[in-house]
Design a protein around this ligand. Structure first.
Ligand code: H79
Length: 480
């Protein structure tokens, strides 16, 4: 380590205003860009420190997202009309005035909420961490906040702090807990950000005069004090802060939040803070990137039906097969799967969601070794083709995945998760490693499967039937 790197690592740089960023950039061009007014942990830590900080998260591979708030009461319907879009967006999509939306709070009494049951459900599914909405874009805090009275303890008959209860249960049951916080959009606080919908294109996208005000004041009087509460009031949690929608975050505003985050050197936070900060994780929303994000940690967050926040009419639940194959697909590209549940206004998790998570857990109990702590596939076998006609979101030819099999890797073990059970044997044209043996993960006896390796090609003889119709895992023992 040279002197400059050491001074960054020890935080000396922060206390040394004379050392400018030009010098920093000049000496190490890939280090903090000049527009970071305050260096973040990612700017100052060594690669080894970064790996240590990310270790549990990389091991986990599977987490639970929880979107829960006042929007679970209207559940997609306002004044008898269904409001299109995600449940948690109802206030914005329905242009609901602030005062009207706020009348939901005294009606919110989710006595069916059980932190124990939700954490137990996450565990049963094989999920290693939970991220819950502490405040979504509607501005309602689902925790005990002294910074702003529009919160679940002060403004509802429920009066309990679900985050506190979840933190206790997570500690007891050995699950990690993170908090989602909408730092920019806030549709009920004066000055809070708002994205445009319904063709609104006023300078601030507001639909109610009550929303007008200073963004800087909102950020410094509500958001930053609340983030401080979240970071200090829940013991060793949160281990993740999940920011969202960064439209107005200037580098300086983001830096004011980074100052808080820097006090918790184990914290992991995503790439949605804004102000030019990259955070720790890429966050593809509702899709699985065809190639993952080489060189970056990443997490696909996805809904189990078509909404994040509970919507009574949304019964378009993905099948257990789709959900499990998504998890495997993501793991095979080196990412995490943050799968959402949306409890209703009583705090109850919809039964179809419970059933799917439990079914995933059954598979994970047998096959989790092929997911936890694994790395991306070692095969260059394409997992899909580029469409000749359709364009993807980036305007390039759309990637059409094929769903025959995926692969993950851990040390000398290579896992093949087979979706389409082949007749007789599993064949690979090119195997980058020497294979010394193979067995089925679901076979407790690990009875050796017959293998034939001819040059680079490999054949593994399989029983006639898949052990699991969704995915049966073949383990290859290899030497490198
Ligand atoms: O919390 C979930 C979403 O509510 C949140 N991120 C996940 C985790 C999210 N907020 N904003 N966005 C995602 C993207 C916003 C997209 C928009 Fe639109 C396009 C806003 C306005 C146009 C789609 C259509 C959503 C509202 C109308």
């Amino acid at each position: 380590m040279n002197l400059l790197q050491r001074s960054i690592a020890t935080g000396l740089l922060l206390a040394s205003p004379s050392l400018g960023y030009a010098q920093l950039e000049g000496s190490k061009p890939d280090q903090p860009p000049a527009h970071h007014p305050v260096p973040s942990i990612q700017d100052t830590e060594t690669p080894a420190q970064h790996d240590a900080r990310m270790a549990w998260w990389r091991e986990a591979r599977f987490g639970m997202f929880i979107h829960w708030g006042l929007y679970s009461i209207p559940a997609g319907t306002w004044n008898g009309k269904q409001v299109p879009g995600a449940g948690e967006w109802i206030m914005n999509n329905g242009s609901i005035p602030v005062a009207d939306y706020k009348t939901l709070a005294p009606r919110f009494n989710p006595t069916g909420f059980s932190a124990h049951d939700i954490v137990a459900l996450a565990k049963a599914a094989g999920m290693k961490y939970i991220v819950i909405t502490s405040k979504h874009h509607d501005g309602f805090a689902m925790f005990d906040s002294k910074a702003d009275p529009f919160n679940i303890v002060a403004a509802t008959p429920f009066k309990r702090d679900p985050l506190k209860e979840l933190a206790e249960e997570c500690r007891k049951q050995g699950v990690k807990l993170g908090f989602y916080y909408s730092q920019d959009q806030d549709w009920t606080a004066p000055g809070g950000g708002a994205y445009a919908t319904n063709g609104r294109h006023t300078p601030n996208n507001h639909w109610d005069k009550a929303q007008d005000g200073s963004f800087d004041e909102y950020l410094h009087k509500k958001a930053i004090p609340q983030i401080t509460e979240l970071l200090t009031n829940y013991g060793n949690f949160p281990v993740v802060v999940w920011f969202d929608t960064q439209a107005q975050m200037s580098p300086q505003n983001a830096a004011d939040i980074v100052k808080l985050l820097n006090k918790y050197p184990k914290l992991i936070w995503n790439n949605r803070l804004g102000g030019g900060y990259k955070g720790d994780t890429e966050t593809p929303e509702q899709y699985i990137p065809a190639q993952g994000f080489p060189g970056r940690d990443w997490e696909s967050c996805m809904t189990i039906n078509d909404t994040w926040g509970y919507k009574s009419n949304d019964t378009n639940f993905k099948s257990t097969e789709t959900l499990l194959r998504n998890l495997i697909d993501i793991a095979s590209k080196g990412g995490n799967y943050l799968l959402n549940i949306g409890p209703d206004s009583h705090g109850i998790v919809p039964q179809p969601e419970v059933e799917r998570l439990q079914a995933m857990g059954q598979w994970m109990k047998v096959n989790g070794e092929a997911i936890y702590g694994t790395g991306a596939t070692i095969f260059d076998t394409p997992t899909g083709t580029l469409s000749a006609t359709e364009k993807g979101r980036d305007g390039k030819p759309k990637f059409i995945p094929t769903w025959n099999w995926r692969s993950t890797t851990k040390g000398n073990k290579v896992y093949i998760e087979i979706f389409q059970w082949p007749n007789g044997s599993f064949h690979l044209d090119k195997t980058p490693r020497h294979v010394t043996g193979a067995y089925l993960l679901a076979d407790r006896a690990h009875k050796p499967l017959k293998i034939t390796q001819n040059g680079e090609s490999l054949d593994v003889q399989l029983p006639a039937q898949a052990l699991d119709p969704i995915a049966t895992v073949v383990v290859l023992n290899t030497t490198r």
